[in-house]
Write a protein that binds this ligand. Structure first.
Ligand SMILES: C[S@@+](CC[C@H](N)C(=O)[O-])C[C@H]1O[C@@H](n2cnc3c(N)ncnc32)[C@H](O)[C@@H]1O
Length: 349
């Protein structure tokens, strides 16, 4: 079992305001760090559903949490949260946590392609069973598209120069190959590796991280009972802007915003757990009377798909297809819980 320290665990628990008999969704269960803390505050009637799209993370969450009869683990993309939960008979919950991005397991694991310091094949998919790999994107996209990805998702102003160097050096097979090409195009200046932003951009594109976020927030809010809470932890400004904007659009009519300004980890936490340094936590509570549940709300129609800058692109209602609930995690088991036997069919781990 991997030792893992969750980010801002105390703040998350406080923002979720756990009801011991409530149902909570950890939509990014990862290594089960936050999930384990939530379970400590749930009574025997409480339930926790953990979702992740990564088979290796799920296997770890299963080994950490599966012994607890209150836990259900589901494989899928959180953009399909409502249908995932419906598959085990749940249509209302008391709280949803989304701790975005990649886990330390994904960054460190060999063969995943998330780290520029590795010789891994350029993969970067969280769900290794579906979608294009980073190699597909790098080797088959136009120079302009590559530059746009690096600029929009990496906020890298030298994107055109990097894209040109990539196209000239194709085909690229490994993370080390790509890191070398980026470094040759934009030499190192400070302590940060010049390929950092390019790798972030590719990862976001491959996993469609920003595309699925607004719909996932809406799904989570729809799932909440009145008074239920949503907490989202983001790690870069692009995703935080999307969370901030969506909360703001729903604020005052559907949501009461709990965190006017995002919460950040304490100095002590950053020293003890450096990956927490860029975290921002935003939380909101569903109002007693909320138009979002009817699906006819003008507030919901105000929402939409967001581009990389978190600006709205098109009307709400567009759903992205996903592989939700379709895979079966290697080395993991069928859904393991109390809910499985008592409340419906369940999905597959
Ligand atoms: C930062 S980690 C979460 C760590 C977790 N909170 C813990 O304490 O162990 C993010 C996790 O979310 C998963 N993830 C990211 N985007 C996702 C999505 N759209 N749908 C489902 N899982 C996602 C990743 O695979 C990863 O395991």
């Amino acid at each position: 079992m991997i030792r893992h320290v969750p980010v801002m665990p105390g703040e998350v628990l406080e923002c979720l305001g756990i009801d011991p008999s409530g149902i909570y969704v950890d939509a990014t269960v990862g290594l089960g760090g936050h999930a384990a803390r939530i379970l400590e505050h749930l009574g025997p009637e409480g339930r926790l559903v953990g979702i992740d799209q990564d088979d290796e993370a799920l296997a770890e969450a299963v080994s950490k949490l599966a012994g607890d009869f209150r836990v259900t683990i589901l494989k899928g993309n959180f953009s399909e949260m409502r249908s995932l939960l419906a598959s085990c008979g749940i249509d209302k919950v008391n709280g949803v946590l989304m701790d975005l991005g990649v886990s330390s397991l994904q960054l460190r694991a060999t063969g995943r392609g998330f780290s520029f310091a590795s010789n891994d094949p350029l993969d970067m998919r969280m769900d290794k069973t579906s979608g294009a790999t980073a190699a597909d994107v790098i080797n088959h996209s136009s120079e302009k598209d590559i530059a746009d990805i690096i600029f929009n998702y990496g906020e890298e102003h030298r994107s055109r120069r990097i894209a040109r160097a990539i196209v000239r050096s194709r085909p690229l097979a490994t993370c080390a190959d790509l890191a070398k090409v980026v470094e040759s195009a934009v030499p190192r200046t400070g302590r940060t590796h010049p390929a950092t932003r390019t790798f972030q951009a590719l990862r976001i594109a491959v996993n469609r991280e920003l595309e699925v976020l607004p719909a996932a927030i809406d799904d989570a809010v729809r799932l909440l009972v009145p008074g239920g809470r949503i907490c989202v932890i983001s790690y870069h400004s692009l995703e935080d802007r999307i969370v901030k904007n969506r909360f703001r659009e729903l604020g005052g009519t559907v949501l009461d915003i709990i965190t006017r300004k995002p919460l950040a980890p304490s100095r002590q936490e950053v020293i003890a757990n450096p990956p927490s340094r860029s975290a921002k936590l935003r939380a909101a509570q569903k109002m007693e009377q909320s138009a979002i549940d009817s699906g006819h709300s003008s507030h919901m129609r105000k929402g939409g798909k967001y581009n990389a800058q978190g600006k709205k692109k098109q009307e709400f209602g567009t759903r992205l297809s996903c592989e939700a609930n379709s895979g079966s995690a290697s080395g993991s088991r069928r859904l393991l819980s109390h809910l499985d036997s008592h409340e419906g069919d369940g999905g597959e781990v």
